[in-house]
Design a protein around this ligand. Structure first.
Ligand SMILES: C[S@@+](CC[C@H](N)C(=O)[O-])C[C@H]1O[C@@H](n2cnc3c(N)ncnc32)[C@H](O)[C@@H]1O
Length: 225
C-alpha cells in the first residue's frame, strides 16, 4: 500500500513543519551534512537534487557551494511551503520523481530514505534520474549500529527501516548504484560536556546522547556507473 503510506508520511511531516521542526533539523543535520558535502566539488555545470529536502536548506547550501541548478523534493506540502529560493522545490514522493531520465549530476538525501515504504525501489528511481556517472550521497542517523534507534523508533508514529551499514550498501548495489565510500561522520566540534547536556525524549540521558554521537552519522557514497 505505498500510496496509503505516502499519505501517512505527508500528514506526519506536515505536522513536523507546522511545529517548526524543520528549523531544528536544519541546525542538527546541517553540521554533519556540511562535512559530507566537503567531498563534492560543485560547479555551474552541475544540477543537484535533494530528496526529502525538508525546508530546502541543503539545496541552498549546495547552490552556495557552486552548483548551477538546485532542486528539492519532499512529500510534505508544508515542508515545501517553508522552502524559499534560491532553488526550485516540488512536492513529490521519493519513488515517483517528476523528472526525465538522467536529469541530475548529484543527488543528496539526509535522514529521509528509511521512512519510505520500499527503499530499494526508491533508490532505483534515483538511479533513473541520475546522469551517467552521477553521484549519490546518503546520510543516515537511524541505522542498526547506532543504538539511538532503540530510543527513536518507539517515538516515531510512522514505521521506519532500521538497516545496518552493510544492508544499506547492499540495497544501493541491488538498485544499480556502485558504492564508492562508506564512513561515519562524528559530531563536528566534538560532543557536548555533561554540564551542557539537556535531556529530551530523543536523548533522555547523557549516556544515550554519548552513544549516539560516538556511533556517528552513516555516510554512503555511490555513483551511477
Ligand atoms: C527527518 S526529515 C529530514 C528533512 C531534511 N532532509 C533535513 O535534514 O532537514 C525527513 C524528510 O523526508 C521527507 N520524506 C519522507 N518520506 C518521503 C517520501 N517517501 N518521499 C519524499 N519525501 C519524503 C519528509 O517529508 C521529511 O521532510
Amino acid at each position: 500500500m505505498p500510496h496509503e503510506h505516502d499519505r501517512e508520511l505527508a500528514t506526519e511531516f506536515d505536522r513536523w513543519a507546522q511545529s517548526g521542526r524543520h528549523l531544528a533539523m536544519e541546525r542538527g543535520h546541517g553540521r554533519f551534512t556540511e562535512r559530507a558535502l566537503a567531498g563534492w566539488t560543485l560547479g555551474s555545470e552541475h544540477s543537484v537534487l535533494d530528496v526529502g529536502c525538508g525546508n530546502g536548506w541543503a539545496v541552498r547550501r549546495m547552490l552556495a557551494l557552486g552548483a548551477g541548478q538546485g532542486t528539492g523534493v519532499d512529500i510534505s506540502e508544508e515542508m515545501i511551503a517553508q522552502a524559499t529560493p534560491p532553488g526550485r522545490y516540488l512536492q513529490a514522493p521519493a519513488d515517483r520523481l517528476p523528472f526525465p531520465d538522467a536529469s541530475f549530476s548529484h543527488i543528496l538525501s539526509v535522514e529521509a530514505l528509511y521512512y519510505t515504504a520500499d527503499p530499494e525501489s526508491v533508490l532505483r528511481e534515483w538511479r533513473r534520474v541520475a546522469k551517467p556517472g552521477g553521484r549519490l550521497l546518503l546520510l543516515v542517523d537511524l541505522y542498526r549500529e547506532n543504538p539511538c534507534w532503540r530510543v527513536w523508533q518507539p517515538l516515531l508514529t510512522i514505521p521506519v527501516h532500521v538497516l545496518g551499514e552493510h544492508e544499506w550498501a547492499a540495497t544501493l548495489e541491488r538498485s544499480g548504484w556502485q558504492v564508492t565510500d562508506r564512513r561515519r561522520i562524528l559530531e563536528p566540534g566534538g560532543v557536548r560536556p555533561e554540564a551542557e547536556f539537556e535531556p529530551s525524549p530523543w536523548s533522555p540521558s547523557y549516556a544515550d546522547y554519548l552513544a549516539e554521537k560516538q556511533a556517528g552519522t552513516l555516510c554512503l557514497e555511490a555513483t551511477a556507473g
